[in-house]
Write a protein that binds this ligand. Sequence first.
Ligand SMILES: [Fe+2]
Length: 388
Amino acid sequence: MSFNVGGLRREQPFRIRRIGHFGYHTPDLSGTIDFLTSKLGLVLSDVDDFTSRMPELPKEHALGYFLRCGTDHHTIVVGSQMLVDTREPDRKGAVVGQVSWQVGSLQEVVDGVDFLDRSTRIRRVGRDAPGSNWHAYAYDPDGYIHEVFYGMEQIGWDGRSKPATMYGRAFHTCPELPQISEHQEVDDALARDGAGGGYRPGNDVEAAFEVDGILMARPFKLTRLARIALFVADPESSLAFYRDVLGLTVTQRVKIKGHEGIFLRADNEHHTLAIYPSALRDELNCAAAIGFSVATYRQLQDARGFLEEQGVAILDLPAELSPGVRYGFWVQGPDRIAIQIFYGMDCVDRNGDAPSPATLPLPFDSWPETIEHGGPAWFEPPFMGPLA
Ligand SMILES: [Fe+2]
């Protein structure tokens, strides 16, 4: 079957453009949020309060945190393990909450609902606040939740999220089309409630680092959530879901300690999603892995020094976990999430081929002080807006 997606013939009624955000659960919300903000420099966009919906939970477990690295309202979403265990007993103990993929339009999300419903099990459809993104959530063969979304709230110059008075246009079912524009929503809110933004985090960390001409609290800026790695029970079944249902493309297969990793992309980057067989999960002792890019190679070097000084554990993980990544290192994040920070990712050529054999990240002790940029062979979207 072929769908018309904005005039393009597609095998799916949507076209995934990039990874948007990653969500996970933690038994220690305050420790996890402290790590993500004070160590990695993610910025808090909003805190969702579930106390009225989940009165049986202690207050500190009835909160959801939304963090960002760019202008997207959220890049990482963190919820309490107790909350998911209580609310969804069939997902008890699940660390990964969601993997969320951006498509190009609300039409694509709505058209995707029937398609996903025919192909897999749908979890929910609608539009959430905070974040304002329209979405359809579906389960993959391992029960990981994949969200196809459009229209993520963008945080602007004043660093404030939308006020809660604008949450009235949340939806819990598939929306009728067409919907009013975001501009109209804002006009309506201004006429109704007057001006006034939502949450804006304080800034109590001294800006002690000069980073390429700007005073910042850390010597680096995470610019983009670039890769997600999931452990799966049956890689070929998972592959069928990611390739045939979500429409991702396989770039490469790489052996990792005798297991095979499969690397898929959304655009022309080497990969966005890595699937590793679950046997590798115990060997590596992590629940999932995510990777962020930084703005420059120098920031990557400085990030490593800063995080080591901060007492963050550097992980010695196999280079084969990250084909296509030129320079990077792993840190131990909370909740058995391995977090990679890197600079320089290959892209595929016009035939869709990546370098073969795969490029593997260079060991830290052999990083040169300066490097040549890879030019068109590297995937490097620019960061929009100020670094801090
Ligand atoms: Fe989401």
